[in-house]
Design a protein around this ligand. Structure first.
Ligand code: ADP
Ligand code: MG
Length: 628
């Protein structure tokens, strides 16, 4: 880690270290992808290369099968047996890493195996005869790749760098790290995939300027804006969509196949087969203009349909264009314009789709860099990073990454107080002081959340704990310093400490994913027993007071300026008012907030008209001169 914190002197050349072959550590970079995973290592000349399997294939399908007769099958073999045991075959496990059942349902992912809620809100995957966690499944893939590397490098591994999408939140990173540990790997570091790609292109060496890394893989889309100066690079901004990729192209084509062949209620086997066929067809259409595919109908007979590149482009066009929004936003976050970019790098198998390449070229107004195989580029960069961390080269490099989402805590009224803003360079630590709101209060509930929205309900809950033992004081006298610390892997630690009296008590929490930790579980339980009900009642009360205020203000506005609305508009506004009143009768403060937000939103136009009217009133009777 200390290697990373050394900043290269300006202009200093980067020379390889004199490390004797026998002193070299066996370290690898692993791209743990949604659809394909790869392992790479740096050779003695300092060149990174992906390590193939016995048949010369680099990419290992990120598929794990647990056949009913026992054992674990990974990669190509899992794909092969998977058609026989679709319910026991787990693909795209990355989408479930560090995620709850709710997250997964809302992403609308279709799969043969079942999912259900497990410990700490994390999902469990259900096959026909066993239950596994996403961490276990990912560990199986990592172990398989590590085994491949150990064979090639002639001994057990000393460490690995594993890549994650820039958009991965804390729980997802923690889950990935745990998967590495479960696979018996020393996880030297987690690196963002786009950052690894930039390293593979050697953009850190002499290529000054700002670059965009456009990564469209199987399951995720990431856009990163990097600035490179004198061998040092900084991630200015990241963005993307954690549920958009080539899998979605496959789904579109698969839907088309289902519709063409007349399946209303396809079995898991049929879906899996058509999904595979869709992917194959899509990939062929990157090279050819037209494909013919044979589909079997529910009746058992088969039919041939023709798919052209153009028709595929119509099916996926909106998905491709959707990436543009995230790109523009990332540029804005980074404070640069497309024309100021030095270059654009293509990453991910889906950037082989001609339409994607054309879209990127148009969007950024230049031809993107694509010399390095977009499937391999992330693993190659990870290998370079591992090599660096192992001390094999003296390339001193400061990798400044950023937090993908804001981190904060819940304050009164269900509002998020952001402590570390989105896109802050990491590692970082920031503190903020809070105080008690009641006389004699001796405990304070701390709810750590991640996300951009203002309301707690719209953010991801990472952890809850309670700081106890605050000496009784009048409200507002205690000083509780809450410190957020994000390490180089992007993992968060939160601590709280009472300052004024010198009585110190600090508690560190890991994200809720790591809740197996006994201490945190106990704190959680305590917080729930003591604080939850009070807290809920308080929020409910506040929400009701607020809804009363809004209803009476809206009522007054209608009495005064109701003539600004036509009948239909008036009816709508009254409908939203009624909905808010009804919500406020229930015990659910979140429902009240939602109803209030809707009313707020739906009456913006009314407020604007009232504003216009009052401005006009003020102006009437005055001369134009008065306003100049
Ligand atoms: P991930 O990192 O998410 O695992 P990859 O970068 O390996 O993804 O990309 C996998 C995706 O790329 C899959 O959806 C796959 O179908 C797609 N892909 C690979 N080759 C091609 C190709 N020639 N044309 C179109 N898509 C491709
Ligand atoms: Mg990838």
């Amino acid at each position: 880690m200390s290697v990373l914190l050394d900043i290269a002197e300006p202009g200093q050349s980067l020379r390889p270290h004199e490390v004797r072959p026998e002193e070299r550590k066996r370290v690898v970079g692993i791209d743990l992808g949604t659809t394909y995973s790869l392992v790479a290592a740096v050779d003695i000349q300092g060149k990174p290369a992906c390590i193939p399997d016995d048949e010369g294939r680099f990419g290992c399908p990120s598929v794990v099968c647990y056949p009913p007769e026992g054992g674990v099958v990974v990669g190509e073999a899992a794909v092969a047996v998977g058609t026989r045991y679709p319910v026991d075959t787990i693909a795209s496990v990355k989408r479930t890493m560090g995620r709850s059942l709710e997250d997964i349902r809302s992403s609308g992912h279709r799969s043969g195996y079942g999912v259900e809620a497990g410990d700490g809100g994390m999902v469990r995957l259900i096959t026909s005869h066993r239950e596994v966690s996403p961490v276990e499944v990912s560990a199986a893939i990592l172990k398989y790749l590590a085994g491949r590397a150990e064979e090639a490098l002639g001994g057990s591994l000393h460490g690995a760098v594993i890549t994650v999408p820039a958009y991965f939140d804390d729980a997802q990173r923690q889950a990935t790290k745990d998967a590495g540990r479960l696979a018996g790997l020393e996880v030297m570091r987690l690196v963002n995939e786009p950052t690894a790609a930039a390293l593979a292109y050697g953009l850190d060496q002499g290529c000054e300027g700002v670059y965009a890394i456009y990564d469209l893989g199987g399951g995720t889309f990431d856009i990163s804006i990097l600035r490179l100066t004198r061998g040092v690079f900084q991630v200015l901004a990241t963005g993307g969509d954690s549920a958009l990729g080539g899998d979605d192209f496959d789904h579109r084509l698969c839907e088309f196949f289902l519709q063409q062949s007349g399946w209303d209620h396809p079995t898991a086997e049929v879906v899996q087969h058509l999904q595979a066929l869709a992917r194959q067809t899509k990939e062929m259409l990157s090279r050819e203009e037209v494909r013919e595919v044979s589909l079997s109908r529910p009746s058992g007979e088969s039919m041939v349909v023709q798919v052209t590149r153009e028709s595929l482009e119509r099916m996926i066009g909106d998905l491709v264009r959707k990436t543009g929004m995230a790109c523009r936003r990332a540029l804005k976050d980074a404070g640069v314009e497309a024309k100021q970019l030095q270059g654009v790098v293509l990453v991910g198998g889906s950037t082989r789709v001609p339409m994607v390449q054309k879209f990127v070229a148009d969007l950024f107004g230049r031809e993107p860099l694509a010399d390095i195989d977009p499937d391999q580029v992330v693993a190659l960069g990870a290998a370079l990073q591992a090599d660096l961390l192992a001390g094999h080269s003296s390339a001193e490099l400061l990798l400044l990454d950023v937090t993908p989402l804001s981190l904060g805590i819940e304050t009164m009224g269900e509002i998020v107080e952001k402590i570390i803003a989105r896109n802050s360079p990491i590692p970082t630590a920031r503190s903020q002081d809070f105080t008690t709101f009641k006389d004699g209060q001796t405990a304070m509930a701390i709810h750590v959340v991640q996300g951009e929205r203002e309301l707690v309900a719209d953010c991801r809950s990472l952890a809850r704990f309670e700081l106890r033992g605050i000496p009784p004081m009048t409200a507002g006298a205690a000083r509780i310093r809450v410190t957020f610390q994000v390490d180089a892997d992007g993992l968060l630690t939160v601590s709280a400490r009472e300052q004024t009296t010198g009585v110190e008590q600090s508690v560190a929490v890991k994200p809720s994913y790591g809740l197996s930790d006994e201490e945190i579980t106990r704190m959680l339980r305590e917080a729930m027993v003591h604080g939850e009900e009070d807290w809920r009642q308080r929020l409910l009360h506040e929400a009701r007071v607020e809804s009363e205020r809004v209803l009476s203000a809206t009522g007054a506005a209608l009495r005064e300026d109701g003539d600004l609305l036509d009948d239909l508009e008036l009816k709508r506004v009254k409908g939203f008012m009624l909905a808010l009143w009804e919500a406020s009768q229930k015990e659910d403060h979140e429902a009240i907030h939602r109803a209030r937000e809707i009313l707020d939103k739906e009456t913006v136009f009314f407020a604007e008209r009232r504003m216009d009217r009052s401005v006009r009133r003020v102006m009437t009777g005055r001369k134009v001169d008065d306003f100049q």
